[in-house]
Design a protein. Structure first.
Length: 271
């Protein structure tokens, strides 16, 4: 009996040792898992913040792309509407743009140009040079008049009048001349075609219509005091004939000071 008890005690001790070893192993594994879980829990908020930052950046980029796309579509739609409006006004014999629209268009382009620093510097330099040249010319012209006497004064006066006349003719700019275009032939659409040529040369397009009678030769007509403008138009459009405006042309020119009457010499050949 004593021998049996000793054997059972030996087995029990061995089982206790194995159980203790297994418990220690499980306890070590459990502690390692807890440490890993704590490490993950400690770094998870940072990873979440990074993901949120990336998501916000992507969302902002996408919103900017959508905004640019919408602006592009809006600009394209406005351009299409503007072209259609110009076409309808041209078919009705009216200028493509009103005076107010042309003024706003020129003013906006001028404002954008002035916003460039390089252009401002160039304008300042040009202004300084022009002001210096004017001052130098004034000082020199005063001395020359006193030394030359009356004969020199008369000569200077004639030269000054000639210079004023030349300056006046040079001061006429195409954009300041309103030009009506009239079809003096039986060919359809000729006035609209020449209206495009007038705009290409930089003139302000006025009425675009037909005359009651036909004209053999193309001619540029002008109202009293507008001959210099008419000559500029004739030179730009390669029309040799320039004359005062007759009543028939004035009645359909819509108030324009210069009218281009397209004659048979510029009509397309009959096919």
């Amino acid at each position: 009996m004593l021998h049996t008890v000793e054997r059972i005690g030996s087995f029990a001790g061995l089982a206790s040792f194995l159980g203790l070893a297994l418990y220690a192993l499980l306890l070590f594994a459990h502690g390692r898992d807890i440490r890993r879980l704590r490490d993950w829990a400690g770094s998870a908020p940072e990873r979440e913040a990074d993901r949120m930052a990336q998501t916000q950046t992507i969302a902002a980029q996408r919103a900017e792309e959508l905004r640019e796309l919408e602006e592009s579509r809006t600009a394209e739609h406005d351009a299409i509407e503007m072209r259609e409006t110009r076409r309808q006004r041209r078919e009705e014999g009216l200028p493509e743009l009103t005076r107010g629209e042309r003024f706003r268009e020129r003013f906006s382009g001028f404002g954008e140009s002035l916003s460039r620093p390089a252009l401002l510097i160039v304008l300042f330099v040009v202004f300084v040079l022009v002001a210096g040249g004017v001052a130098y010319a004034v000082l020199n012209s005063g001395g020359g008049s006193s030394s030359n006497g009356s004969g020199g004064t008369k000569t200077g006066s004639r030269e000054g009048q000639k210079g004023k006349t030349t300056a006046k003719s040079k001061a006429v700019q195409p954009g300041e001349i309103e030009v009506a275009v009239l079809n003096g032939t039986a060919s359809e659409g000729l006035a609209a075609t020449w209206g495009g040529k007038v705009e290409e040369q930089g003139f302000e397009l006025g009425a675009v219509t037909n005359t009651e009678s036909e004209f053999e030769d193309s001619v540029v007509m002008f109202k009293p005091g507008r001959e210099p403008e008419a000559k500029v138009v004739a030179q730009r459009l390669s029309i040799s004939k320039v004359q005062p405006m007759i009543s028939e042309v004035a009645a359909v020119s819509g108030g324009a000071n210069v009218s281009v009457v397209v004659g048979e010499d510029n009509a397309p050949p009959e096919g």
